[in-house]
Ligand binder design. Structure first.
Ligand SMILES: *[C@@H]1O[C@H](CO)[C@@H](O)[C@H](O)[C@H]1NC(C)=O
Length: 233
């Protein structure tokens, strides 16, 4: 008679053991909470020199524990100067690819200023705040240029030293400013030109070898012929 309640009791114990696996869950929660409290301030994956970089504030908004952004100057002030990076020349297309890094300021847009050989500056199209790279097209082979990056926000534009601020014989320009000086090579150096150059060199070499050969033969041959031709007295 006691057997059935006993069996029920055993069954109850075994069934209660199955949900017994659940007490781990609060433990997991605790661990997650610990992770959140121990790593609250990782820097955002933000690179001020990376092209098409999402603004840090947006990264901060989308990351679950809010990441840290570099400090910025006040939005009520015009941006500080961006820093010009590499200016890579693609001579075949009379093209230059200009790189820059964002300043520590809120920026709404960028544009490039280009001084072709000391004339009036040409203003490039506006580029949104994610840009860190732009192309300059239609450059003249052999031309010398000054390029500056300008950043702007609601309060104004970053200052530009311009070509005068670079100094007349500053070869590479300042390494940390928004401007740089560059020179387009005088002639496009394509593979066709290189091949033509090698061909011309080979032709010249052959010609000079032939001339040298005949010259030597003349020098050696003529005195003998002369000796034979002139009768000895
Ligand atoms: C900036 O311009 C790029 C390329 O035109 C575009 O893909 C991106 O969505 C723009 N970003 C913003 C914030 O307007």
């Amino acid at each position: 008679m006691l057997g059935i309640p006993c069996l029920l009791g055993v069954l109850a114990v075994t069934f209660s053991l199955v949900p017994g696996a659940q007490p781990l869950a609060p433990g997991n929660l605790e661990e997650e909470e610990e992770e959140e409290t121990t790593s609250p301030s990782l820097p955002c994956d933000y690179d001020r020199c990376r092209h098409l970089q999402v603004p840090c504030k947006e990264l901060q908004r989308t990351s679950a524990p809010a990441c840290l952004c570099p400090g910025l100057s006040s939005p009520a002030l015009p941006p500080e100067q961006p820093r010009l990076g590499e200016v890579r020349l693609v001579a075949e297309d009379s093209l230059a690819v200009v790189h820059w890094c964002a300043p520590s300021s809120p920026v709404h847009q960028y544009w490039l200023l280009l001084w072709p050989g000391g004339g009036a500056p040409q203003k490039g199209p506006p580029l949104n705040s994610t840009f860190r790279r732009a192309e300059l097209k239609g450059l003249k082979p052999g031309g010398s240029y000054v390029v500056c990056v300008v950043a702007a926000n609601g309060a104004g534009e970053s200052s530009v030293p311009g070509p005068g601020g670079l100094g007349l014989d500053g070869a590479g320009g300042p390494s940390f400013g928004p401007c740089g000086r560059f020179r387009v090579p005088p002639r496009p150096r394509s593979l066709v030109h290189a091949a033509a150059g090698v061909g011309t060199a080979l032709a010249l070499l052959t010609c000079s070898a032939l001339i040298w050969h005949f010259c030597l033969r003349d020098r050696w041959g003529c005195p003998r012929r002369q000796a034979r031709a002139t009768p000895r007295l």
